[in-house]
Design a protein around this ligand. Structure first.
Ligand SMILES: [Zn+2]
Length: 267
């Protein structure tokens, strides 16, 4: 009975690590094998897992991923992660065309708004099409990328965001605006706005969405010939007078709400 319980815990750990990082489950299995073979202590085993994971994530994956048609997004410069955890979890891989497009756009943003850094959020894993990057089911082919909105703090431009992961602090519909968050919730899509329950909201009042830079970023994405679709919440599309832009679509109630970030994808 105890052995079965232990085995179940190993399976849960492998599944969770694979779902979050893609390669974590594999490193876990390798660690277990070496731990058994060399009768390692729990502490040595944990150390081995951490070192193995870091070596793979930081050194090996960036070299191997191009053979699978993916490349890591930059860690520094005008285009960078909002949170380095995104990269530590291997969630910053895209097709080379998307990297090139986003670097161009981030440089144009910096040229127009001096000093602006464009922050990316979740992209894709390094390997295999149709391997979803949960909870984003569609981020499974290297063509998808989420971008943080730009914000103001005390009416001054900032490179940070109210949510430490970029998701979950929303710019809600005002009275009289299209309200898909309420409509989706009433239809039973409980996941639509679920993230705000897990993401601290204490910074929300210190930040104001920087509409000027955010709309410019959306315009650059839409104008770019490589872009297939852009998702933002319908009330923001209407509020920012972007209704004429066909590439901006509604993502559907089965997704999560997009009044905290922009989703862009290649054709
Ligand atoms: Zn997305």
């Amino acid at each position: 009975m105890k052995a079965l319980f232990k085995l179940s815990l190993h399976f849960i750990a492998i599944f969770t690590l694979t779902a979050i990082t893609q390669i974590g489950g594999l490193i876990y299995i390798l660690t277990l094998t070496l731990t058994k073979a060399y009768r390692l202590s729990k502490l040595s085993s944990l150390g081995l897992f951490l070192v193995g994971y870091l070596v793979f994530s930081l050194l090996i994956l960036p070299i191997v991923a191009p053979a699978f048609g993916r490349t890591p997004l930059p860690l520094t410069g005008n285009l960078r992660p909002l949170n380095y955890l995104t990269c530590l979890l291997n969630r910053h891989y895209v097709r080379p065309q998307l990297k090139e497009q986003m670097e161009q756009i981030a440089n144009r943003m910096e040229a127009k708004f001096d000093g602006t850094k464009t922050n990316y959020l979740d992209a894709n894993f390094p390997f295999f099409d149709r391997f979803p990057l949960l909870p984003h089911l569609s981020h499974n082919d290297g063509k998808k990328l989420d971008l943080a909105f730009y914000y103001l703090q005390n009416n001054t431009r900032t490179d940070s965001a109210p949510s430490f992961i970029g998701y979950g602090v929303y710019d809600e519909p005002a009275d009289g605006e299209l309200d898909y968050p309420t409509m989706c919730r009433e239809k039973g899509y409980f996941q639509y706005g679920l993230l705000s329950a897990f993401v601290p909201q204490w910074n929300k009042d210190d930040y104001k969405l920087d509409v000027e830079r955010t709309v410019e970023l959306i315009s650059l994405l839409v104008e770019h010939q490589a872009t297939g679709k852009v998702f933002i919440e319908p009330h923001l599309k209407e509020r920012w007078h972007l209704n004429q832009l066909d590439k901006i679509r509604f993502h559907g109630c089965q997704a999560v709400r997009h009044d905290d970030h922009i989703h862009t994808q290649l054709q």
